[in-house]
Design a protein around this ligand. Structure first.
Ligand code: ARG
Length: 465
């Protein structure tokens, strides 16, 4: 912050000015400016506390609070011009406050340091964004559960190794993504809890020479505890790492979902059709409808991982307590907040306009011998040991492949040629629709299990809403 002679607020012991590159490398207001609301909220609470302590007189507290509210309005309406010269959001706001209200503004930084101020702002900022992200996640979960309920009985091939494995309900398959998001919500709450410790009063590192009422600040600012160790409070960025980890895992989930949307919307699969609004054309190939939104979300998981690794690496060798390296915490964090939000919005848009083609799923699940395991289990039911029945069904599959047949082309007589254990009821076991109903184990793909899952997910959504 420069005073009337053009010096920074910290400039008392300096005679020469900063080199140009020093100014450019240290300035952060072009990104930390986004924490202006939190910086002002923290300063107002700090001013009220200074009032209680007698450092500020009552009219000075009023002047500070009114001055800060004025600045808040001006920034909100775009009237405020941040200056890179003043380094960061903290010094921009404090300097403008002093310009507007005079001496009381200069007293505001009593019993406080930018180190505990920035630790506070980031926690407040992240807490607010966490609640916005939570709303987007529960919204997306509702869309997924709705999609599942609407297409409850569509049967598709389930895959392992991307090879047709066994028939599953589409409704069961998509709910996987809702369960993943349910776990993401738990990780998000862990990050939120980490944001809950109030750092103000730690000063630069050692505490301050005043009896700051930290309990008051904690309540005033809605924290659930006071940070116990001043040096820990200003050097801890675990809360940001927790969020970045949450964002990375969420990114991997969305990326996997998008991978399936890309596959499913291809003409080879044709299981879904994405709406025009989330696909794009090609400048050369007129027929194209490319799933760019899904691909971009899949790609953005890369930057989410990168941001986690940036901050882990920034923090790893730092001696206690604050080091300027830590200013590099913000861009990865902000980028992950923005990325997570736009990805969740993109997913919601794709899934709400998506058409499910149950007919194509059915065609695919009726080919490809998806009920081979059921047929083997049928023979087990007739007393054939599983290893033998596995072998018999393997031979049936080989026979079908050779003759260009599917399971449902076989009659009971042909089947008896493979094993005398086949009865007239066997043909029903080749049917994918009845296969899914035979999955009676809890958590399987039967209708009652999937409906139960949907209901439990709705409860979870309610819990977090
Ligand atoms: N802009 C700084 C940051 O983001 C604020 C704290 C600066 N503290 C200092 N001693 N230079 O980390």
């Amino acid at each position: 912050m420069s005073d009337s002679k053009g010096k920074m607020l910290w400039g008392g012991r300096f005679s020469g000015g900063s080199a140009d590159v020093t100014k450019r490398i240290s300035s952060s207001v072009h990104f930390d400016g986004r924490m202006y609301e939190q910086d002002i909220e923290g300063s107002k609470a700090h001013a009220r506390m200074l009032g209680k302590m007698g450092v500020l007189k009552e009219d000075e507290v009023d002047a500070v609070v009114r001055g800060l509210d004025g600045i808040l309005n001006d920034i909100g309406s775009g009237k405020f011009v941040f200056s890179e010269e003043l380094e960061d959001v903290h010094m921009n706001i404090e300097s403008e406050l002093t310009r507007r209200i005079g001496d009381a503004g200069k007293r505001l930084h009593t019993a406080r340091s930018r180190n505990d101020q920035v630790a506070l702002d980031m926690r407040l900022y992240l807490r607010k964004e966490i609640s916005a992200v939570r709303t987007l996640i529960t919204g997306l979960m509702s869309i997924i559960v709705g999609l599942s309920e609407k297409n409850m009985d569509a049967v598709m091939p389930g895959y392992t190794h991307l090879q047709v494995a066994q028939p599953v309900r589409f409704s069961h398959h998509v709910l996987v993504y809702a369960w993943q998001l349910a776990r993401d919500l738990e990780r998000l709450s862990a990050a939120e809890r980490a944001c809950g410790s109030m750092p103000l009063g730690s000063g630069a590192l050692a505490g301050v020479n005043y009896g700051n009422d930290r309990e008051f600040l904690m309540k005033e600012l809605g924290f659930d505890r006071v940070a116990e160790n001043s040096m820990d409070a200003v050097s801890d960025r675990d809360f940001a790492l927790d969020f970045l980890y949450f964002a990375s895992v969420l990114g991997s989930h969305l990326s996997r979902f998008c991978e399936e949307l890309v596959l499913w919307s291809s003409s080879e699969f044709g299981y879904i059709r994405l709406a025009d609004g989330v696909t794009t054309g090609s400048s050369i190939m007129p027929q194209k409808r490319n799933p760019d939104v899904a691909e971009l979300i899949r790609g953005k998981s890369g930057r989410l991982y990168g941001n986690l690794f940036s901050l882990l690496t920034i923090m790893k060798g730092l001696p206690l307590a604050y080091n300027r390296d830590m200013q590099e915490d913000k861009e990865p964090l902000f980028d992950s907040v923005d990325t997570v939000k736009i990805c969740l919005e993109g997913m919601a848009e794709m899934l709400s306009g998506m058409e499910v083609n149950a007919r194509r799923m059915k065609e695919s699940v009726y080919r490809n011998y998806s009920t081979a395991t059921d047929v083997a289990d049928y023979l087990v039911g007739k007393g054939v040991p599983f290893r033998e029945s596995h072998e018999i069904v393997g031979r049936i599959v080989a026979h079908c492949e050779e003759k260009g047949l599917d399971f449902f082309n076989l009659d009971a007589k042909t089947l008896r040629g493979f094993s005398g254990a086949f009865g007239d009821d066997a043909v029903g076991y080749f049917n994918p629709e009845s296969s899914v109903e035979r999955k009676v184990s809890a958590g399987g793909t039967s209708g009652s299990s999937v409906k139960g899952q949907a209901a439990r997910l709705r409860e979870i959504i309610k819990l977090y809403s």
